[in-house]
Design a protein. Sequence first.
Length: 143
Amino acid sequence: MADILPPEGRSRLMAKVRGRGNQSTELVMVRLFREARLTGWRRHLPLPGRPDFCFVRPRVVVFVDGCFWHGCPKCYRRPKTNKKFWDTKRETNRARDRKVNRELRRLGWSVIRIFEHELKNPRTTLVRIKKALGLTGPGLPLA
């Protein structure tokens, strides 16, 4: 179907659309935490970058990043139209992620970033998180 709006009109309309976060991927992560019996996490504490999950005592934050918006090296596909805009958008998002990571580490937090496609392999994801939480080692289950 052809677009009935000129590019400027489409751009203005799309600029008004506001995201609702990454609720579906966060719910998958909540389910994984519960199945793995990981406790002590909180959602969306007021820290730099508004991490999706925070484990307060061990000072570990977890971000679940969308593959498109955060430029996943495995999944990201550059849109065919408006390439300069999307290249800038992706690079701005990635620069912001690096800045947030530095700030959180400066404040004493460990940062884990998980791309949404990694949720398809929950064992690997949980191993990374458990390792950061200090829950791996001799005699401790990985996942």
